[in-house]
Design a protein around this ligand. Sequence first.
Ligand code: NAD
Ligand code: MG
Length: 393
Amino acid sequence: MRSVSVFGATGSIGESTFDILMRQGGPDAYRVVALTGGRNVARLAAQARALKAEVAVIADDTLLPELKAALAGSGIAAAAGQNALLEAADRPADWIMSGIVGAAGLAPGFRALSHGGTLALANKESLVTAGPLLMAEARAHGARILPVDSEHSAVFQALVGEEMEAVEEITITASGGAFRDWPLDRLAHATVAEASTHPNWAMGQRITIDSASMFNKALELIETHEFFGIDPGRIGVLVHPESLVHALVGFRDGGVIGHLGAPDMRHAIGYALNWPERMHLPVNRLKLAEIGQLTFAAPDPARYPALRLAREVMAAGGLTGAVFNAAKEVALDAFIGGGIAFTAMANVVEEVLSRLSAAGTLGKAAQSLDMVLETDREARRVAVEMIETMQRT
Ligand code: NAD
Ligand code: MG
């Protein structure tokens, strides 16, 4: 029986993973090792009971008594806190979903890789902050990383049976987010509620807002570079409002293989779970005759400064990605908290990048996970300070 763990089980990716696991036989088909959540005790306990998990971990350690109560009589172990997350990652499993949001997902995923097995990587921040380390960790332990981000799953699928040598270009698509058609001068006044609605995908709030700013696509550019090892200059972004074509791989003979499908993460999650097989999945089938036409456009640099920043980050390399992501997370928190304007997020990130690269050390390759986490903390500190200064002036 295959063993599985789900990190971030209570989130959007986690719920879709739970859905696929249940549909594919649940506890009769899988030995479920660990499920983790951030704060939603009731949901975590319900999932753990349904899947007969061995352990449930809640990240917020003040919630341990509540989790214990919710699991009473089930025989499922309850644990809480950051160390418990790492201990859960130390319990070997054949397949582990990395579905925590943000840099918080890095350490557990890293730890899981050290036990071999397959890491289904939804947490794109892991590759953005520590791509080379993560890939090396997987190689060192004979572990495998399968991409779950829809665009990267699409590229991965288009590359089956192909050689990277023959790839000329990889294009990932973007819906354009909530503000694709807004006049530019309105963006500064966009509210959190307005930024939290996605035209096509139902996702967690943070990635939805990141889609409106295209910080999500910026992270995904870096993710593509790190995962597929392709030069930044050969990765493109195409605005595609219908979100049906997820990625295109162009080959040196002029052929292009694209991946199409309904915007439903259960496809990419199910693909990673069943790989290399394809199993029946409950996603809507494409009816192209009904859809009629697909549209594409180049992204407007003035609307989406995050894309330019991502290219600067890739050119600088090393620890720059960790700074970029951390500053972005802090800026996003500030926007969600009502502290800064939607358009100020990119300014904060750009300023933090320029302040921290002034020392000239950011381009150095990260030697250890600790170095990445230290850089992440430093970038957060600078970003918070910068936002406080902005708010005073
Ligand atoms: P979400 O906010 O819906 O869920 C995040 C999960 O992580 C929850 O279980 C939450 O409780 C947990 N969590 C949050 N902070 C934590 C912390 N500090 N420590 C431990 N656990 C914590 O997010 P999501 O939309 O499911 O996204 C998860 C990851 O997948 C992100 O990296 C995102 O970029 C990526 N992703 C998501 C989608 C999508 O459709 N939602 C698509 C592609 C990639
Ligand atoms: Mg994506």
